[in-house]
Design a protein around this ligand. Sequence first.
Ligand code: BES
Ligand code: ZN
Ligand code: ZN
Length: 512
Amino acid sequence: MALCSRRMKYIRLCSHINNFIRFSSTLGTAKKGLVLGAYSNENNGVSLTPVAAKYNELSGGKLLEQIKLAGNEVKAGKCFVFWGLDKEYHSVAIAGLGKKSVTHNEDIELLCEDNEAVRIAASAGCRALDSVGIKNIDVEDFCDAESAAEGSNLGIWKFQEYKTKKESLPQVSLFKLSENASDDWQKGVIKAEAQNLARRLADTPANLLTPTIFSEEVTNMLMPLGVDVKIYDKEWATNQKMFSFLGVAKGSIEPPKFLEITYNKGNNSDAPYLLVGKGVTFDAGGISLKPAQGMDEMRADMGGAAAVIGTIFGLAKLCVPANVKILIPLVENLPSGSAIKPGDVIRARNGKTICVDNTDAEGRLILADALCYSAEFKPKWVLDIATLTGAMRVALGNAATGVFTNSNSLYTILQKAGSLTGDRVWRMPLWKHFTKQVAENTAYDLNNIGKGKGGGSCTAAAFLKEFVPEKTNWLHLDIAGVMGPQDDSPYLHKGMTGRPTRTLIEFIRAQV
Ligand code: BES
Ligand code: ZN
Ligand code: ZN
């Protein structure tokens, strides 16, 4: 229950809504639309949100009249569009929130279902108005302005970067402001922007987002926000003895890069939170070449890097007072005459030798050196995030990010963050059982693939564990299942998802 306290605050706010209701006086030339909400009540009729009820009153009861004519039912996540209810709004979408008394189903679903209902409804309303050509949309606060802003801004966004004639995306604003609702709306806008940034990076084709281009784009984006970006090259990595990272890079003509990003808005004396993102800008598998079908998806094998960039963008825009360090190893994993070969043995930064039995298990090789390097910053904890294993997709589909961790307390914080954002996590085992499968070898220390049957995500995590600095709280997030591409969903159009950026933002925000 405590989890959803954000919503409680909004409910109190809603009781003061009368004080803030006023029609906007700006009558622009573009057709304006309005998104309002309705609950389903016990007898399958509707009950309006406080803002929708007020609008109904101001429209002389026309809204309820129209809903009745439409069948007196607005299903959860669906909506109706009505025209000509008042002079200002050309169209009004009424979106269904489901039953008002929806429980906070945290034991089984691990989800704040009421917040999620708001995201879905706000998105449905905005998409419906967009589809009838309304590009200037006001959205009510649904008693949870933050979720309303998230749903609206995630729901209308599409990846259309390389389309010559782009569809214009609607402008979305909050309807009927109170000061507090306005702040919460703005927070939601920023979190959605952060996830949309991760979506864009992940979906960008690999020829247009090489390690070099990624580094430059990120520098241009983050520097103006007071975030420092250092771009290290192959020579630096060689001096650092990062031969596991460099081993993967050998297969491509594109030079590898290693990013060290610093956001210092906490106390000087506070140890940083440290995020590591897998940045494989294209994963063909190397000499252990992947099948052709669906290989294009591997343009998003930097989804971990995209999520941590979205996270730092969000934290900086929200002015969260924290110290955060981000490490991103960037490479292409390609087959070539100079590529690493199955059976080759390489040495990681911490001196451990690795037999590369499968060159397609490259993510763990580049993360290994980044995890070793993280010790330099004496972090409070280390979290790595990676599109690491196809096995993660098999295990959880796109329902949740798989989390492996040695810290129960950090897991609890992360799980709560996921429930609140609707982008959930699920814990996976980090047992010696799996370590044995990568560490029991005669001729070298570690094998980059597990020797047992199945459990591919767990052996990958066990491999990474060998590179985590001693006595460090650590979380490994495998996002192969949630990265996309996905079909249209209630509030993410098809394509790469940028998940779980909002959960990471919330995870850090909850600790300051
Ligand atoms: N990038 C892939 C994992 C992946 C697969 C992410 C599908 C998203 C969707 C990773 O580098 C990989 O190829 N992993 C191999 C590991 C195997 C060779 C042990 C895999 O999962 O098949
Ligand atoms: Zn791979
Ligand atoms: Zn990969």
